[in-house]
Design a protein around this ligand. Structure first.
Ligand SMILES: *[C@@H]1O[C@H](CO)[C@@H](O)[C@H](O)[C@H]1NC(C)=O
Ligand SMILES: *[C@@H]1O[C@H](CO)[C@@H](O)[C@H](O)[C@H]1NC(C)=O
Length: 395
């Protein structure tokens, strides 16, 4: 049961209940949650430098009687895989990431407002702490069916989750359901947009700006290319009812060296968020829209090339069939599509994405507490569901 059923109770109990609402979690669990969350946020773990928080978290999990395994992703960077029973390959996996975006912001807990902040407090250490406390507080017959996976590198392309997908010691048989943690405002996410990362490189020819005909301005060519893309993104890219329009962000533009020099090189980094179609389709549309600019550049002795940062992925449908949750779709990318295999997948977490990468990243204590209850609901539903699917005894 979710807490918004409680106003009825508050009505019955009168004014005192309003000032002292029934606790979301018992004190012992709430304290454990805040302790775990505080330690995770206090230790900086910007992508690439996750080692210290991994040490702390893996010894915490060992103290809690989990079996803990580390998977090396790259030098001094490890995914943490943990389980609490005999089974290493559990039907249900609960996962999130332990890296954060830069810069580090220290932890704080305002006891007056019960607002808790700091880098990672929302994205995604709020999810990590709530997931672990949720699993800890489940009965053993459920808990032994659940493993935990905390990956590195989510914020910069997901090398941690990719490494887990291709791990030669990946638990077999594969998990049947996976609960992912990212800030979703406590709602169940039914899907998110796809992504495609591109860099446009332009090669020109340097010259004195007083004699521009002696050179070929890479900046001019890039400007023409971007103006084609502005036209293309105004209705020329795939969309869908569910995920809306494909958007193109010109995230970083560079070119030239000085005002009085014809630019020799220029580049633009683009993040394309797919509302429909596939990365291949969108890539082809972009290539086509820039074909004339490219041909003209080549004819003049320069060039324009389009580099794909990675495979990308199309919009991602996510299961949201558990009762009692509000639902939504989101526009940000996650590790969800990077975990290979055929499994049900859920995406849920405390806090809002709108503060996640900001200098005021924070959430309320009650959001964290509610997340523990919601994760328990999701995990229990997933364990029952996978047990039914496998026709093993009813839990
Ligand atoms: C807590 O938040 C309140 C309300 O915003 C503010 O007045 C107070 O100064 C804060 N306390 C601390 C210790 O920052
Ligand atoms: C999607 O793109 C179309 C065409 O450019 C535009 O009319 C519409 O307002 C856009 N929808 C949203 C939600 O931005």
């Amino acid at each position: 049961m979710r807490l918004h059923h409680l106003p009825l109770l508050a009505l019955v109990l009168g004014a005192t209940a309003k000032h002292n609402p029934a606790p979301i979690l018992p004190d012992s669990l709430s304290n454990e949650l805040l302790y775990l969350h505080r330690h995770l946020v206090e230790i900086s773990s910007i992508t690439g430098s996750e080692l210290k928080v991994e040490h702390w978290l893996s010894s915490y999990l060992e103290r809690q009687d989990f079996s803990v395994e580390l998977q090396e992703v790259s030098k001094d960077r490890y995914n943490i895989y943990a389980y609490s029973g005999e089974k290493r390959a559990t039907p249900v996996l609960v996962s999130s990431h332990i890296d954060t975006v830069p810069p580090f912001w220290p932890y704080y807990h305002n006891k007056t407002t019960d607002v808790i902040g700091g880098r990672g407090s929302v994205d995604a250490k709020g999810s990590v702490a709530a997931q672990i406390v949720a699993v800890q507080s489940l009965p053993q017959n459920i808990r032994e069916n659940v493993a935990l996976l905390y990956v590195v590198g989510e914020e910069t392309g997901g090398d941690g989750m990719r490494a887990f997908s291709s791990w030669d010691e990946r638990p077999e048989p594969a998990h049947k359901a996976v609960v992912f943690g990212e800030p979703t405002e406590g709602k169940l996410v039914c899907g998110h947009k796809g992504i495609l990362g591109l860099t446009i490189h332009v090669q020109g020819k340097a010259a004195h700006s007083g004699y521009p005909w002696l050179g070929l301005s890479a900046n001019d060519i890039l400007s023409e290319a971007l103006s084609e893309l502005l036209k293309l993104r105004d209705g020329g890219l795939p969309s869908s009812k569910h995920y809306g329009n494909t958007t193109v962000n010109f995230g970083k533009i560079e070119g030239g060296v000085a005002a009085n020099v014809v630019a020799e090189t220029a580049s633009a980094k683009l993040a394309v968020r797919l509302g429909g179609g596939t990365p291949k389709e969108v890539y082809d549309l972009i290539v086509k829209s820039l074909a004339n600019v490219k041909a003209a550049a080549q004819e003049a002795g320069g060039d324009l090339t389009i580099e794909r940062e990675s495979e990308g992925y199309p919009p991602v449908n996510i299961d949201c069939d558990v009762e009692g949750f509000k639902r939504m779709t989101v526009n940000y990318g996650t590790d969800v599509p990077l975990l290979s295999g055929d499994h049900k997948r859920y995406l849920y977490g405390p806090g809002t994405i709108f503060v996640a990468h900001s200098d005021h990243e924070a959430l309320e204590k009650k959001e964290l507490e509610q997340a523990v209850r919601d994760y328990r609901t999701l995990i229990v539903a997933a364990v029952r569901d996978t047990a039914k699917a496998q026709e093993v005894e009813e839990l």
